[in-house]
Write a protein that binds this ligand. Structure first.
Ligand SMILES: Nc1nc2c(ncn2[C@@H]2O[C@H](COP(=O)(O)OP(=O)(O)O)[C@@H](O)[C@H]2O)c(=O)[nH]1
Ligand SMILES: Nc1ncnc2c1ncn2[C@@H]1O[C@H](COP(=O)(O)OP(=O)(O)O)[C@@H](O)[C@H]1O
Length: 192
C-alpha cells in the first residue's frame, strides 16, 4: 500500500465496456451499502445520465485546472475526453463508508491498486465481443458508442489476467451472485 488511503477497502469494477460493469456495480453497491466514488469527465452526458450521479460532467478548462492543482488521484484521456477521480472524493466516500467502489478502465485500476495495495480488489467483468454487440444493438445503442466499445475491446480484455477476480457476465443475476460471494469473502462478516 502506498500509504495515502489506509482505512478502507475499494472494489474496482473494470472490464470490457458494454459487459455490464455499471449495471452490476451499482446494483451490488446499493445492496451492500457501498459508497460510489463518482468520476469527473469532459465528455457530454448521454441520455438518462445525471450530473452528480453517473459522472460529474465538467468543461476541459475546469478539468485541466483541477489537474494542474493536483486534485486527481489519476486521469486518463479516451477518445479525446478526459476522465478522472478526485482524491477529495475518495476521502469523502471513505468517511461515509468503509467500503467504496469505482468503475474505471485499466489505467485507473492500476493506479488505484498502487495506492490501495491489498485493499484494492479488482473485479474484471467481460463478455465476448459478439455478445456485447448483440446486446447493445438490441437496446438501440448508437453505432458510434458500439464502435467505441469494439475499438477498446482487445486492450481492455487482456487486463483480466492481472485482476483479483474475473467474471463472465452471461446471466445477470447469476453473475451478480458470484461477484457478491467474492466481495463478501474480502469483508468482515458484520459488513454484509
Ligand atoms: N481511468 C479512469 N477510467 C474511467 C474513469 N471514469 C470512467 N472511466 C472509464 O472510462 C471508460 C469510458 O467510460 P464512458 O465514457 O462512461 O463509457 P462506457 O464505456 O460506456 O463506460 C470506461 O472504461 C470507464 O469505466 C476514471 O475516472 N478513470
Ligand atoms: N447479463 C446480462 N444480460 C443481458 N444484458 C445485460 C447483462 N448485463 C448487463 N446487460 C445490459 O448490457 C448493457 C451494458 O451494460 P452496462 O452496465 O452499461 O455496461 P458497461 O458499464 O460495462 O459499459 C446495459 O443495457 C445492461 O442492461
Amino acid at each position: 500500500m502506498n500509504g495515502n488511503f489506509e482505512n478502507g477497502t475499494i472494489f474496482v469494477f473494470v472490464g470490457t465496456s458494454g459487459s455490464g460493469r455499471k449495471t452490476i456495480a451499482h446494483q451490488i453497491g446499493k445492496e451492500l451499502g457501498f459508497q460510489f466514488v463518482i468520476s469527473h469527465t469532459t465528455r457530454d452526458p448521454r441520455p438518462r445520465e445525471t450530473h452528480g450521479k453517473d459522472y460529474y460532467f465538467t468543461s476541459r478548462k475546469e478539468f485541466i485546472e483541477a489537474d494542474i492543482r493536483g486534485e486527481f488521484i489519476q486521469t486518463v484521456e479516451l477518445d479525446n475526453h478526459f476522465y478522472g477521480i478526485k482524491k477529495a472524493d475518495i476521502t469523502a466516500a471513505l468517511k461515509a463508508s468503509p467500503v467504496i467502489y469505482v468503475i474505471v478502465n485499466r489505467s485507473g485500476a492500476n493506479k488505484l491498486k498502487y495506492e490501495f495495495g491489498d485493499k484494492a480488489i479488482r473485479l474484471f467483468i467481460y463478455v465476448n465481443k459478439q455478445l456485447i454487440q448483440e446486446r447493445l444493438q438490441a437496446k438501440a445503442v448508437s453505432d458510434e458508442i458500439i464502435r467505441h466499445y469494439m475499438d477498446h475491446y482487445i486492450e481492455e480484455v487482456s487486463y483480466r489476467k492481472d485482476c483479483e477476480h474475473v467474471f463472465e457476465n452471461l446471466d445477470l443475476d447469476e453473475t451478480k451472485a458470484r461477484i457478491k460471494h467474492s466481495i463478501l469473502a474480502h469483508l468482515p462478516a458484520t459488513t454484509s
